[in-house]
Design a protein. Sequence first.
Length: 130
Amino acid sequence: MSIGYDQLVVLIVDDEPHTRTLIKSQLRQIGIRSIIEAGDGKAGLTEVLRTRPHLVLCDVHMQPMDGRDFLKTLRAVKVEALRRTPVIFLTGDAQTDTVMFAKEHAVDGYLVKPVSLDDIKARIDRIMKG
């Protein structure tokens, strides 16, 4: 993906408004301006279909649809471009089963909260360079 930060559309899916605000602030610090928010996986899927973001930053533990179900559903959609949307899990969960789930379902990055700006930037850079 060869696109500048200022042109990226990023979706943040997290049930904690404070966390979304912090992540949004970090993204703005690196020049990302188009940031969409969703409070759970179901709302996140709606936003993916509506806005077709370049990247999704997603929490794992949310209600009514968590990050696992969000990822499984996204990876199963019929439209290949949507199915291949890069997803980075941003979570406080470093449990082995969650990490293994992420690997098995083609998550593009896994960062454990709290995350630094450098960690987010490095993961986005890796995805952008393909």
